[in-house]
Design a protein around this ligand. Sequence first.
Ligand SMILES: Cc1cc2nc3c(=O)[nH]c(=O)nc-3n(C[C@H](O)[C@H](O)[C@H](O)COP(=O)(O)OP(=O)(O)OC[C@H]3O[C@@H](n4cnc5c(N)ncnc54)[C@H](O)[C@@H]3O)c2cc1C
Length: 236
Amino acid sequence: MEVSQRAPGRWQIATVTEVKRETPRVKSFRLVLPMWMPHLPGQHYDVRLTAPDGYRAQRSYSVASSPLEKGTVELTIDRLADGEVSPYFHDVVEVGDQVEVRGPFASYFVWRGESPVLLVGGGSGVVPLMAMLRHRRLTHDHGQMRLIYSVRHADDVIFAGEIDGDATLTFTRDAPPGWAGHTGHIDAGMFTAADHSDGTVFICGSNGFVEAAADLAMTAGFDPARIRTERFGPTG
Ligand SMILES: Cc1cc2nc3c(=O)[nH]c(=O)nc-3n(C[C@H](O)[C@H](O)[C@H](O)COP(=O)(O)OP(=O)(O)OC[C@H]3O[C@@H](n4cnc5c(N)ncnc54)[C@H](O)[C@@H]3O)c2cc1C
């Protein structure tokens, strides 16, 4: 395969090889790519759907997997009830289906091995942060990485079994029965307790979440030059 064929800007047809339900609203899709190239944790792919009449819809989805999983990427998609593309993935796409993708993209919201690192995710904003956590584990990197993760409901925790020990969770609407941890919005105390303010912070989620978290990071003493943000949606 020629290197030029693997340019991130080229559309390619990926095959879905696994579909995994993560939460009632979130599914992960493993794609095998004919022109796969290694991504940096934090990068995303564009996905394009084409209707029989030629109408097209395109959206971006972060890679949840480590680049050490060669030939594949995992996309983790939150189903928005009134959305165009995310309900299609949830309700229509099955193992064996083909989808058009191009990537990987982004050069700013990427983890290149810095330490210490604080990850701050709201809802599906945890997806690119998971790629960072997974890659750190697979490379046996001993750098410090801590996740602050905000979800609404008890059953909204994506990657629940994988983040134990690395994450501080908060539930903004309803927590699991017997929950003794944080509830309500992320706050200054969570940033202070994470104690990584001499490092880099990656913040990802809705616009409102990212703005609130970036303010908290600045208050906690993070150098503004080391506050990296990624916004997923138009509203909080
Ligand atoms: C760089 C990047 C990476 C992304 N990575 C992921 C990811 O890993 N997983 C993931 O689930 N999503 C991710 N997104 C969001 C994704 O691209 C889509 O915006 C989302 O799936 C909605 O698309 P849709 O076609 O279903 O809804 P649309 O038809 O686009 O929108 C339906 C309604 O929902 C509102 N809306 C659109 N997007 C959002 C949102 N994110 N949150 C709340 N309301 C919204 C719209 O205003 C509209 O009212 C990412 C976005 C960007 C820019």
